[in-house]
Ligand binder design. Sequence first.
Ligand code: SAM
Length: 502
Amino acid sequence: MTDRTDGYVTDVGYTHGYYPELNPLRMRLALLHAGFRVPNIATACELGFGQGLSINIHAAASPVHWYGTDFNAAHAGFARQLAAASGADIALFDDSFEDFARRPDLPAFDFIALHGVWSWISDRNRTLIVDFVRRRLKAGGVLYLGYNALPGWAAFSSVRHLMVEHANRAGTEGRGTAARIDEAIRFAEKLLATDPEYARRNPQVLERFEVLLEEDRRYLAHEYFNRDWAPMHFETVARWLEPAAVRYACSATFNDHVDFLSLTDRQRGLLGEVHDPGLRESVRDFIINRTFRHDYWVKGARMLSEPARAEALRRERVISVVPRLDLPFKVRAALALNKTGPGEAVYAPILERLADRRAVSLGELEQAVKHKGISLTQVLDTVMLIASCDHIVAAQDDAVMAAARPRTDKLNAHLIERARFGGDITDIASPITGGGIHIERLEQLFLAAFQQGGTRPDDWVREASKVIAAEGTLEGPAVDLAKRAQTFAEQTLPTLRTLRIA
Ligand SMILES: C[S@@+](CC[C@H](N)C(=O)[O-])C[C@H]1O[C@@H](n2cnc3c(N)ncnc32)[C@H](O)[C@@H]1O
């Protein structure tokens, strides 16, 4: 390893994930729900952007001017290719964090984001990042940090230790990362198969190991086999961030905003007794055995008065991203059983109003259901609840959408063209949401055929079949393809139209 990599895996490329928590538009609703003033985001920065799908989608789909770095030159090269396709004005570097922080030409940022980086780098790099945030995040600006958390990783950390020790044992240096990872995993599998006392006492380890066996090797290399791997308790991270002068604002995970659904009465009661915000987060992490935290932190945070918060919330817009908007059965059942949170009399009219596939502001929603005696607070609870099911997302203004559309069209055309050669990207950009939307490879192939003038499901099946046949994997799934094309016509395509993708 060279000094520049500082123990980080660089000979295996990472996966092409998309992470909505890095979308500044999504951040608004979370912060306002928690009562914080939300800054206008003009400049943003992603540190360790990986293959750069998130930064590219966010830069193409919004007016935010993004900067970012990832020292893996192959990652940066791929990210630049996406930027060239969309024509978005993104500044992408292949600097190490250290070199990037020294650049004289960086602006001050309204938003700095790191996803899946913090836990896998050295203390020295964490210190560099904290200093970068201290110097480069504007007052009022937001830091997004996504990292491996404790106690969720506590039991499995010994399996990770064992695998890394195996991969690094003497005499294996020449084997290459991929081969050493495979051997290490097979070794751990053999050990766990001997029914060790450790696994008996920590049975959840076996479950997690089963999941690991199914994971993409590129993900495994970056998740488990870096020299540094440091899941942290919330308060440890809070101490790390103290020099950056940021304060914890709220979770970027909407599930954490709907305690009435995700926690029992006793758990909510206990959390209510804990007044220290840091300890409260740790208690919450114990309650749900959290393995990953997605958090927003604010520099010089300012709370809004209740009327100012209500005013700001009324302006936020949301849009449905599912074919038929409803709450999942288990959510409806839990609400009815717990008798907490919005009941059916509240959520049903709100769902009905949201179902027309147009962006609607919370103020408009409030007006639409006011005659039923539903308050803004209930509207907000319901909106957060539906958002926690990923059925609605934040929507930007029509003018912003119109300006972003040419860039998202170009980026999406490039991504769905790529789908002919592989399925590693499963998110494309929406100019309405300023972010990505999940779409499987087959649906991308259908979308490509649709955009090339194929109007009927048969046309899409024919085009997709050509691609699959060329790969030699088309063995009688014609019925399935036809069914999928029908579902695409009835469900996916209307949603893609709503999101100004098709
Ligand atoms: C686990 S990956 C996460 C990538 C991306 N954020 C995501 O979630 O898909 C961590 C990334 O950080 C980059 N990285 C690690 N250490 C770095 C450093 N010192 N300077 C710049 N980039 C670094 C790696 O190359 C890698 O792409």
